[in-house]
Structure formats: C-alpha cells, structure tokens
Ligand binder design. Structure first.
Ligand code: 5MM
Length: 337
C-alpha cells in the first residue's frame, strides 16, 4: 500500500469524515457577520480551535481542511493548529486554490486559480504539517451550463494541481462542485455532474495521478434549489451512487461529499441512505463545511467563551454524520441533542 493511499484511508475509514474549515477570510467574515460576531483573526481562531479540541474529533474527524491563515496560527497553549489536530489522531489538510475567478471566454462561469507558484507553496504547507490538500472547481448548472469550456478548463486545473500535490507527498482532494442553485431537475444534475466527473478523471489519468492516493469530493445528485422538485433521500442516494459508479475509476479509495447548502439534517439523512444503498467498493463519507458547523456557530455566537456548550453541539453533529457514514443514523437520534 502506498503512503498516499494509507493517508487517504486513515482520513476516511471507520465512519470518519472530513471537517471542511477552509473558509477563506471573505467567506468566514460572511458567516460571522450573519451571527453578529466581529470577524478578526482572534475570533476566527477561537471558533476553529474550539471545534478542533472537541471530543468527537478522535472518533469522527479523520481530517480537517484548513485555510492559509489557520494553518499558521497557534492556540493559547502555544500549540500549532496542525499539532492540535494531530493530537486527536486526525490529519491536517490545506486548501491550496486561490479562489474561483471569471473564466475568460465564458460570460458567467468560473475557473479556479492558484497553479502559479503552487509547487513552492506545497512544500511550505508540508513543512507546516499538512498531509492532504483541497482544490475546488465550481460549475454553474442550467440548460447551457456547464459549458464544455468550463468542464475542460476546471478538469485541467484540478489534474495539474493533483499531480503537483502528489509530487509533494500529500493526498489531493479533488472537488468538482456542481452548484445546487437553479431550477434544473435531479436528472439534469445527474447528467451534468457525470460529464464533469468523467472529464476530471480523463485529465487526472493524462497527468499520471495515482488515483489510489486521492479523494473525490463531489456534490450529491439533487434537484435545483428553485426547481420545486421534491425527491426522497432514497432517490438521491440511488442517483448519486449511479453517477459515481459509472464515472469514478474503482482505484479511487473514497468519496467525501460536500454539503453544498443542504441543511444539517438533509446532508446527514442523504449520506445515511447513500451508505445503506452503497453497492460499490468506495468508502462514502462526509467532507462538510456548513453541515458540520452551522448549529455550533449559531450557539457559539451567543457567548463566544462558552467552549464546552459549543463543543457539545459540534460533537452531536459530528457523531450524527459519523453514524450516517456507516448507514446507521436515524432521525430519532437527533432528539437526544
Ligand atoms: C468551507 O467552505 C469552503 C469554501 O470556502 P471559500 O468559498 O471561502 O473558498 C468550501 O470549499 C467547502 O470546503 C466545500 O464547498 C464544502 O463546504 P459545504 O459547506 O458545501 O459542505
């Protein structure tokens, strides 16, 4: 087993998943503004360090994706953030893209940037303790989107990123996110997500990326937010599994979904069904940002010094997600919060 494959499996196995705490300062400021907490370096650190020292970290969180600011911070006890994460047996990761910008040649779509100087930045992040990384490609969806240009440009960038990350001794998370916004049907989401994922693997193979040492972070197959279509968790699970079975090479060890704007309960229930129905060899787990942090953030905002109370809320969410990653979650467990 290669070292990279071992890292990927350590992050994803035994009902563990990923905490995506890699909000850029702009996004984190939006999240903090929404709960009326001032967004400065200290408050961003306080919230994140509260989550990273929670008791559920050791059972439920195999990896934490950090943002550049956080990986360089220290806790009040002088530990670096990667040291704090490692102390619970979890692994520190880092978002290495520099954001999505308007794609020249397409009026509204985006291309994720950050390849320039990436080799040097990766060496720096490895020294700081990161052992995996993340890059997110964002795709609009409608009758005309994603365009061939956006599918091809983002897949190319994801593959070049992944090859550089493996060269630096880390596991790349490949995150192609087809957004939930729009009035498209679940079937359209299936068709377009399939095309996007397929192109990613074509480029990854062209760039000689060792797929055993990667993790895929896709969206689930859902109807558009404004479509009015309602489908059950069972149907979401079937469509999502179909999409992955038909488009992801079997050498990929695991899939860690993004929550993409689903509520905490929706993201948990859908993941649970995916695991009940999973007839593939892929590990299917979570790499949630909002669906792991929302309730904890809301609670914390009322008293930012209530560390234990905030951790209790986070621990509950993490344990629910972990059960869903084993197909053992039930709505009745939510009442015990
Ligand atoms: C945590 O949010 C990440 C995005 O931050 P920026 O937009 O500031 O770069 C994001 O990439 C995240 O990792 C994934 O989208 C998953 O998060 P959700 O909230 O969709 O589960």
């Amino acid at each position: 087993m290669s070292e990279l494959n071992k890292i990927a499996l350590k992050i994803l196995s035994n009902g563990k998943g990923i905490l995506a705490a890699d909000e850029s300062t702009a996004t984190m400021t939006k999240r903090l503004d929404a709960v009326k907490v001032y967004s400065d370096e200290n408050n961003r650190l306080l919230f994140r360090q509260t989550l990273f020292s929670s008791s559920s970290m050791s059972e439920c969180i195999g990896g934490v994706i950090l943002y550049d600011e956080t990986i360089r911070q220290r806790t009040s006890n002088g530990k670096t953030i990667p040291e704090l994460i490692n102390s619970s047996g979890s692994i520190a990761g880092i978002k290495v893209d520099t954001g999505a910008k308007i794609l020249a040649g397409s009026k509204e779509e985006k291309i994720t940037e950050g390849l320039d100087g990436l080799r040097e930045r990766l060496n720096d992040y490895y020294e700081l303790g990161a052992r995996f990384t993340k890059w997110r490609g964002v795709y609009l969806i409608s009758d005309k989107y994603p365009s061939k240009l956006s599918i091809s440009a983002n897949a190319h960038a994801l593959a070049r990123y992944a090859a550089l990350v493996q060269e630096a001794g880390m596991v790349p998370i490949i995150e192609p996110e087809v957004l939930m916004d729009g009035d498209h049907s679940a079937k359209d989401c299936l068709m377009k997500t399939s095309e996007v994922i397929n192109k990613c693997y074509e480029e990854l193979e062209l760039n000689n990326v060792d797929l055993k040492g990667t993790i895929l972070k896709p969206n689930m197959i859902l109807p558009g937010k404004n479509s009015g279509e309602k489908i059950s968790s069972e149907e979401i699970a079937e469509l999502t599994i179909d999409c992955l079975k038909n488009n992801v090479p079997s050498s990929v060890p695991g899939i860690a979904f993004l929550s993409g704007g689903q509520t905490e309960i929706e993201a948990t229930a859908n993941l649970n069904q995916i695991n009940i129905k999973n007839n593939t060899d892929f590990i299917m787990t979570y790499s949630y940002g909002r669906a792991l942090q929302q309730s904890a953030l809301k609670f914390w905002s009322k008293d930012i010094n209530n560390i234990v109370g905030t951790q209790t809320i986070f621990d509950h969410r993490a344990r629910m997600c972990s059960m869903a990653a084993k197909g053992k979650w039930s709505k009745s467990f939510e009442k015990s919060q």
